[in-house]
Design a protein. Structure first.
Length: 335
């Protein structure tokens, strides 16, 4: 794409559970896929979309793949899986699981290396906008928050059983909330009277416990983020997923990761930096240059959404794309 061309924005309309439609705009669509460098022989390689969502990145990758190319996508959300199953392309495979499981999932399919991996760590607009999913404090709905509604504990179930200390730790560590102690105490006090079962109930508890508010931000924002991250084991999955992704990359292959909050971005940044830098021995030691430790990855770029994209899709404003390439001899390619 030349600099004069506007970036592509894919808007996917997703049927709601009970009437109406939800729209999803794929963030940093062109930038994330461009970074995989699907050109020449690489177009016939094997690629991973670790978070299918509503398929924006996957569809663009498929449009650039050659006839021998292959794309394996992952997602925990049954609604995302249903959308993926509508993709009629023999080069495409969808796996109903977290991208953290990619080593086993790919091994089961006879794949030992891939030519590129894309991870979009954000939750999709349909998940947020659908009140029945319980992700948003702006609409009243059951306090669920599970990405995969077929397994695991809901947010309401966890809030009913967690100790005050556990609540405080999760809200503080995953929400970076300075009023975590007050919020945890208020949750325990409220559930002693009646269960906390809806999003509006939790949002009201937080609003009453938070004494000051950040300009333009609902006081419940950080708590909802914290509970969602904990319920879905997002940071644990990210840690395992980054290691698995690196292990799967063929030399010369790239990893393209989009994060949406500081905890994710910090993990991604530190992981990539750890592979791109090496401790050098004391210069006074008689070691030949060829024998010095070499970096395992090369940092390619850090990109944020343009003003135009943020204007069209305010949810993109916090997104950060980081791209790195695995170093080494590309001979042999991907499986």
């Amino acid at each position: 794409m030349s600099p004069s061309e506007a970036p592509m924005t894919e808007i996917v309309t997703v049927p709601a559970m009970e009437g109406g439609d939800f729209q999803h705009r794929t963030v940093l669509l062109d930038e994330a896929v461009d970074a995989l460098d699907l050109t020449g022989e690489r177009a016939n390689g094997t690629y991973i979309d670790g978070t299918f969502g509503r398929g924006g990145h996957s569809r663009l990758i498929l449009s650039r793949l050659g006839p021998q190319g292959r794309l394996i996508a992952f997602d925990k959300d049954p609604q995302a899986i249903a959308t993926a199953q509508e993709v009629n392309d023999p080069r495409f495979t969808i796996v109903h699981d977290s991208f953290a499981t990619m080593l086993d999932a790919l091994a089961a399919r006879g794949i030992s290396q891939v030519d590129g991996i894309l991870l979009d760590l954000g939750i999709s607009s349909p998940q947020v906008d659908d009140a029945t999913r319980g992700f948003s404090f702006r609409q009243d709905g059951p306090l669920d928050m599970r990405m995969d509604t077929t397994r695991g504990m809901s947010a309401a179930e966890w809030l009913a059983t967690a100790t005050e200390q556990q609540l405080e730790k999760v809200i503080r560590d995953y929400g970076e909330e300075r009023f975590a102690f007050q919020i945890a105490k208020a949750i325990v006090a409220r559930r002693a009277i009646q269960p906390i079962s809806t999003t509006r109930e939790l949002a009201a508890i937080v609003a009453n416990a938070v004494k000051t508010r950040e300009k333009g931000k609902d006081p419940a924002t950080r708590t909802f983020q914290a509970v969602r991250i904990f319920i879905n084991k997002e940071l644990e999955d990210l840690e395992a997923g980054l290691s698995a992704a690196y292990a799967m990359l063929a030399p010369g292959a790239r990893m393209s990761v989009i994060s949406f909050h500081s905890l994710e971005d910090r993990m991604v940044k530190q992981f990539l930096a750890s592979k791109a830098k090496v401790e050098q021995p004391d210069r006074r030691l008689p070691i030949r240059a060829v024998d010095l430790p070499q970096p395992l990855m090369k940092l390619i770029t850090k990109t944020k959404p343009s003003e135009a994209e943020v204007s069209a899709n305010p949810r993109a404003r916090s997104a950060v794309l980081r791209v790195a390439e695995r170093l080494g001899d590309r001979a042999g390619g991907a499986a």
